[in-house]
Design a protein around this ligand. Structure first.
Ligand code: MG
Length: 423
């Protein structure tokens, strides 16, 4: 056999070394490939998702206006009583446990704000004038506002007496630009009521609401779809819907201060930290909010809940917190002009176990004196001495008298509780 056909013997050590090199090279290539591929897809996703949404919205040309009256209750009081003009006033009941419903801008300069104790407000602003609320007048102005809104669209979603979303995509006057409609509405509100409103215009509710708050009072802000991502990027997280004080503090601890920081967080991490709100924050940071303006929306309940800094199990502490929760609930009932007959207590314990207890009466629950005894009655049925409480909530629902519920007063109800003071 010629020499060149003879097989050369390879040293086993060289074979092993070659195999090891081959394995190592494959692993390195695989690792780099996976990493790059993942990064590649992530970068594509970050660009594509907002772009798709932008194109989607652009093709639909959704135009939403959020109208919000400036310092509403206080403004009505100052309008109706010229002596109060230019003075620091707070609307609320001047009682030991009274709460500020609305403060005038003059009072806000002293740190007075809504949901604050009247006594604290008076300490902050010694010459503060406390004015009793006149809900009938506020309701009349609210009706005037809705008359104006209906000249443009019937797609109106009221949030409270002085606040509403309007979908003006197909408006009755055929006006092309949302900003022109907002300007007209503001002017008509001023002429009709003598009061000022702030308006925000955008392609979704979340941004329209932020926009109306951007240049208060008497403001008008537009957030165009093509500017939305840049606008959100610099937005402080505190401005984002659903981010209250505690959530903001948690986000800060996670290094999230702006919309851009939020956008850089993975959906998995946000869901882990914030539960179902994680998805909402993830979407908002990308300018995604597909909630429609629902005109037939009718408030089914008014509620509030509070998570405590440390768990409570003493009778005195529970009673004090229950009392304050009742006051906050009464404030919200007044603000929304809500009429309900069922009171629901929600309690979450140290171990996150949660219970609700409800009671239905045959009259409308509006005042502290009507609600507090019922709240105490419900609380009485809860064993908390050996089971500390981390969260307490109260809600009123059931606008129409229900015979079934009256016959069976202790029922478990599904009620969406709204955080306090988170909102
Ligand atoms: Mg307002």
């Amino acid at each position: 056999m010629p020499d060149h056909f003879r097989k050369e013997k390879i040293n086993p050590c060289v074979k092993i070394t070659l195999c090891l090199w081959l394995c190592l090279s494959i692993s390195i290539i695989k690792f780099l490939w996976n990493k790059s591929l993942k990064l590649f897809f992530l970068s594509i996703q970050r660009k594509i998702v907002p772009l798709c949404h932008y194109l989607n919205n652009n093709s639909r040309e959704v135009k939403i206006i959020h109208v919000d009256m400036d310092q509403f209750f206080a403004a009505v009081e100052q309008r109706d009583n010229p002596e109060l003009k230019g003075k620091p006033i707070a609307v609320g009941h001047d009682a030991e446990r009274g709460v500020v419903s609305t403060a005038s801008y003059e009072a806000r300069r002293f740190g007075v704000h809504s949901a604050q104790s009247i006594q604290v407000a008076k300490r902050l602003c010694p010459h503060l004038i406390i004015v009793d609320p006149h809900f009938q007048r506020y309701k009349e102005v609210s009706a005037q506002l809705h008359e104006i809104f209906h000249d443009y669209t019937d797609l109106i979603e009221p949030i409270s007496l002085d606040e509403a979303f309007l979908d003006v995509t197909e408006n009755k006057k055929g006006i092309e630009l949302g900003v022109d409609i907002a300007r007209e509405i503001k002017q008509r509100i001023r002429e009709t009521t003598g009061l000022t409103a702030s308006a925000g215009v955008s392609y979704c509710k979340f941004l329209a609401k932020i926009a109306s708050d951007w240049r208060k009072p008497d403001g008008l802000t537009v957030i165009h779809p093509d500017r939305a991502l840049d606008f959100i990027a610099q937005l402080k997280v505190e401005k984002i819907w659903g981010v209250g004080q505690k959530t903001a503090e948690k986000m800060h601890r996670m290094g999230i201060f702006t919309g851009l920081d939020l956008r850089n967080m993975s959906l998995t991490r946000l869901t882990q930290e914030f539960g179902k709100m994680g998805q909402v924050f993830y979407d908002f940071s990308r300018g995604i909010d597909n909630r429609p303006v629902i005109s037939e929306w009718e408030r089914k309940s008014v509620s509030c809940e509070q998570t405590f800094e440390s768990d409570i199990s003493e009778n005195s502490a529970v009673n004090i917190h229950l009392y304050h929760t009742v006051l906050e609930l009464v404030r919200r009932i007044e603000k929304n002009d809500f009429e309900g007959r069922t009171l629901t207590l929600k309690v979450k314990f140290l171990d996150f176990q949660q219970i609700t207890r409800s009671i239905t009466v045959d009259h409308i629950l509006r005042t502290k004196d009507e609600i507090l005894p019922l709240a105490k009655q419900l609380m009485h049925s809860v064993e908390f001495h050996s089971h500390p409480i981390r969260l307490l909530g109260l809600g009123v629902s059931n606008q129409k008298s229900s015979t079934a519920q009256e016959q069976q007063p202790w029922v478990e109800l599904e009620l969406e509780f709204e955080p306090w003071p988170e909102v």
